[in-house]
Design a protein around this ligand. Sequence first.
Ligand code: BES
Ligand code: MN
Ligand code: ZN
Length: 504
Amino acid sequence: MTKVTVTKSSLKNLKSNLLVMPFAAKDLKKDAAKTLETFGLDKGALKDFKGKAGDSLVVYSGGSKLKIPRVLLLGLGDAAEMDDFRKSSYAVAQQAKCLRVQSLVFDCSSITAWAHNTGETTGAVAELLVDSMLYGLYSFERLKSGKLEKKKGKEEKVQLGELKIRVNAGSVKETSEAVRGGEIIADARKLARDLVNLPGNLLNADDIADAARKSAEKSGCKVTVFHKEEIEELGMGGLVAVNKGSRNPPTFTILDYEPASEPVATVALVGKGVTFDSGGISLKPSNAMEEMKCDMAGAAAVIGAVEAASLLGLPMRVIGFIPATDNMPGGAAQTPGDVITTYSGITVEVGNTDAEGRLILADALAYAIQHYKPDAIIDLATLTGACIVALGYSVAGLFSNNDRFAGRIYEAGRRSGEKVWRMPVWEEYDELIKSEVADVHNTGGKGAGSITAAKFLEKFLDGHKTWAHIDIAGPAFSSKGGNKNQGGTGFGVRLLIDLLRAWE
Ligand code: BES
Ligand code: MN
Ligand code: ZN
């Protein structure tokens, strides 16, 4: 746990292990030399420091006027976009981990100027700094017993216990208030990442429901969990069919956050919760199959987003819907060619059991719309490999039947740094998911794999006019990035919170 505090004490009086001194690239010549001189630090360091966003250089402050032994020169780039601050604070976190510091002071004396340059409030910049630093400090350690390390005689794990943000007296109040928001969002993203990082043997559908329950207890929202029999009775044929090959029963969880006063809107969030996707009888190739523990990242993002919405006290009702199961090829598994009846009554020919996400989402979308009549409905899912082919690993696919709504989500993506790019759901694509024997087919053949998946989901909206589907197959999980930043990213939480905050 990292404690975040705000201080207006002068840098010369503060004590900690590391002092972060940020500089915009264009101010480097003018400001940095002067600042270093003021504190009695060696200006030679500036030869090796360019000030690009995320650049950093550690200098040791022995003999200077500081009580802090090390200074991290931090580049802010142009310091003109929120992304500059996101990158820089992320770099601070990496350095803090590397240097194993227990406490650091981040000099944010210029925070009002930064806010001015980015066109944001001081609070928004402070929130982002806190959130990004906490995000960068994340590592997934809970499955390590520590036994091997001890044998090698390694010292104990050190983690940043205290993060002090230094601002001028006039910014203390606004910054302090924003710190809480940053912590709420960072916690929600951490929760999502932890869930994604847990492997299939440690996180099944029941565990997802439990995680949702725990989150609801923390944030004060209502939770309902449907178990196997209820799911069968409700007629959720998609979820039942995907679950057939598994030893673990499915769950369908509803998280309901209602604001204290009359809600300005009701927003439904649906998250794909496939705890492990083997492909089922249409088995996936073994290469990188282990990464399919990430197939519940949509569910994780929804749990995180509802939690944050509730703790931030947002003015709309936000309801999360989480259909959960693994997709396994057991003896009772559904087989290619099966025809199933989904919750809506629409029948589906299951041409490929590996196109399972859309089957469980079909039930959840129809259920959410029928029972809650939301003003808007958004689903998040690691739905198609084709989306990675199209957009890569840092951008999500956006599909919507509503141009204005899509535009708002696009903007939220730009602001939050969790970017989305829209693809069409034109009627030309309907042709591809026609079935000879049922109402619709669950795959669309070779081309346009992400779009046909979205077109499939669209069939279950019962005419709802404000829907968006976000395919997070790429950005939900990182297999690269060294052992520290690998794994679940929590993608979607920030995006959704940003969208909800800007609701119109
Ligand atoms: N969970 C996968 C999609 C996926 C792939 C997520 C890679 C993350 C990384 C999904 O259930 C799936 O298997 N989709 C198939 C659909 C196909 C059978 C029509 C795919 O993308 O190959
Ligand atoms: Mn699949
Ligand atoms: Zn899947």
